[in-house]
Ligand binder design. Structure first.
Ligand code: 8YV
Length: 329
């Protein structure tokens, strides 16, 4: 391996993660932790990593400029599956290893997507508000009629681990499952999960519920815009727990206003934490603050897996979730 392991590597942890995990890292490394559960400014992060060998990041913009100020940096263990905010190519040029935490957040993220889907289709927020504000005086026949999932079509844009976990949930609700992704999976897997591969337009046209599970990349960036929304069934629902930039938020607002879409559940936003102001005023919308992986179990697994990756690198082993193996070649 190219790394000359420092005796006791210096590591900066960019968020106050679980103490048990910090203690584990501290057994092997000299650790400093950002004490506040908030993103750091580029300048503050730059200063914090100026002399470190390793960084445990939680998202954040890791670019050429930042790396230039961290000449000793050899390993970035991102606590998160998505790494669209990390310039991995720039890291590779500097021979910095980068890892992420896939797998461990699959089920919690699919749970969240399904919760948004059910919540939007059954008006759960309005129902809750109706009870709390005292509107419930007597039973109404025509109150908060929703849309049921049974026998409907669940469309999945992206069919990696989370998309597949979502398919299994949909099957449990007797839904027909369609998917579209860059790579078609093996037919055996398709039949195990009960999902059918279709082209993108068919996915849009036939889905009653469309849920997004693709990573953000050049192809998925703004993949759902006005033209795509106009192909969707009137009365369809859109759920996004992947990345906000996959959807053109302005076009989504227009599709909700026109009634083309019946509702949406969003955990991620184009310019989060900023939200399109019109979304905030809409009833048929459920908004969540990017908490797809936020369960006690998953967040611990994420922090631990990132630590495994970090410590593997400093022990001269290949990190299990290495994103740029060419650095070791
Ligand atoms: C967040 C996620 O990264 O893993 C991902 O890709 O989007 C989430 O798990 C996590 O909340 C840390 O920011």
């Amino acid at each position: 391996m190219h790394l000359t392991p420092p005796v006791r590597p210096k590591v900066f942890i960019a968020r106050p993660i679980q103490q048990s995990v910090i203690d584990w890292v501290a057994q092997h490394c000299a650790v400093r932790v950002h004490g506040e559960d908030a993103p750091m400014s580029a300048a503050a992060l730059g200063e914090a990593i100026a002399d470190v060998d390793g960084l445990m990041s939680v998202g954040g913009n890791i670019n050429e400029e930042l790396l230039a100020g961290a000449p000793k940096l050899r390993m970035i263990a991102n606590i998160g599956a998505g790494y669209d905010t990390i310039d991995v190519a720039a890291c590779s040029r500097r021979r910095i290893l980068v890892s992420n935490t896939p797998d461990v957040l699959t089920e919690s993220t699919a749970d969240m997507a399904f919760a948004l889907l059910l919540g939007a289709s059954r008006h759960l927020l309005q129902a809750d508000g109706y009870v709390r504000d005292g509107s419930w005086k007597y039973g109404l026949w025509n109150l908060l009629w929703g849309t049921e999932l049974f026998d409907k079509t669940l469309g999945l844009y992206g069919f990696g681990r989370i998309g597949q976990a979502m398919a299994r949930r949909g099957r449990g609700f007797s839904m027909r499952i369609l998917y579209h992704s860059r790579h078609r999976v093996e037919t055996k897997l398709e039949s195990n999960v009960g999902a059918e591969f279709v082209d993108f337009k068919t996915l849009l046209r036939e889905s009653d519920f469309l849920s997004l599970h693709a990573p953000l990349n050049q192809e998925s960036n703004r993949a759902i815009g006005a033209a795509e929304l106009s192909l969707m069934k009137p009365g369809a629902f859109l759920v996004n727990t992947a990345r906000g930039k996959i959807v053109d938020e302005e076009a989504l607002v227009q599709a909700l206003k026109s009634g083309r879409l019946a509702g949406t559940g969003l955990d991620v936003f184009e310019n989060e934490p900023q939200i399109h102001p019109e979304l905030l005023g809409m009833e048929n919308v459920i908004l969540a603050p990017h908490i797809g992986s936020a369960t006690t179990e998953t967040r611990l697994r994420m922090a631990r897996l990132a630590t495994e990756n970090l410590l593997a690198a400093f022990a001269g082993r290949r990190p299990p979730n290495l994103l740029n193996p060419q650095v070791l070649a």
